[in-house]
Design a protein around this ligand. Sequence first.
Ligand code: NAD
Ligand code: LMR
Length: 342
Amino acid sequence: MFARFTRASRFAARSFSSTALNAYKVSVLGAAGGIGQPLSLLMKMNTKVTDLALYDIKLAKGVAADLSHIPTNSTVKGFTPDESDGLATCLKGADVVLIPAGVPRKPGMTRDDLFKTNASIVRDLAKACAENCPTAAICVICNPVNSTVPIVREVFKSKGVFNPKKLFGVTTLDTLRANRFISETVGSDPTEEDVTVVGGHSGITIVPLISKTQYKGKIPKEKYEALVNRIQHGGDEVVKAKAGAGSATLSMASAGARFAGSVLNGLAGEQDIYESTYIENPEFKDEGVEFFASRVTLGPQGVKEIHELGLLTEVEEKMLATAKETLKKNIKKGVDFVKENP
Ligand code: NAD
Ligand code: LMR
């Protein structure tokens, strides 16, 4: 009895001190989906999160009830549109909002084909975020990321609350794939790899910068081309294998949890937090490319520093030019959508 009391007291003391230092509210919109469920689980396991709020048009309360039994230092609540202020309550006080809500691809579709359905979902969720948690870090997972992120910016701008340091397109899955696939190419430990991937999040807009790794110039041409192609089209591999039942969910949850964890580490003032992410970046603004996935340092205010591309190889320069052409169109499509459908 005495021993049990002591253990409980120790736990209370520990959780109190971690709460005092790291008390963050994370909201997941689309929490009952293929990504939403495992992503919410991983956020439940993050000790910086003390308040986990889950929203979906279905099943969010069930997912929340399930996760709420895990003895980590957070409360979990689920919200659905049945309650008049469900979404608002889910978002109020949020430090970080993760948005995996939206339909996934089927074989034969491009991410851009999802625009028709997902643009209005993201626009409406962005409105709710701008109204209820305008200072939160907004992390957009919903595809097509190249266009949905500009949609969020336009909505936030229209409400006068846009902060470029706090709006992120989650492209971490491209980094995870690059790390995994390069390790298979060179026979290394994937956990030791750290490939910078820039540009956007669709096919040719995904530009892995192998020249920034220790393998610069060391991978034979044929293998290099196969590696780049696999990183750019890794999503298609999963869509094909799932044969109509959706796209990457588990690897994406892992990527989303890593990214959200890094944003939280930055907010908490930890040092040397780096991620590649699709953000508003002035580097190519003159060319009409206002958003560009870049390596950034994260800090207490969100983006602390955008890392310059620096010197690239000729092949990478070519990939970059092609990526920018497509990005320009994708960004315009998102911006125009909000103008025409406010
Ligand atoms: P899913 O269909 O399994 O889940 C989507 C969830 O969103 C569902 O639970 C659905 O009820 C919910 N939803 C739909 N409309 C909503 C709304 N208005 N408000 C709240 N919730 C809503 O799909 P998924 O596999 O989880 O994929 C979700 C999105 O993420 C897709 O657009 C997909 O293309 C994208 N995705 C992005 C990346 C990336 O790297 N950024 C990776 C994988 C998938
Ligand atoms: C991915 O890269 O896996 C996602 O963007 C989902 C998709 O449609 O491929």
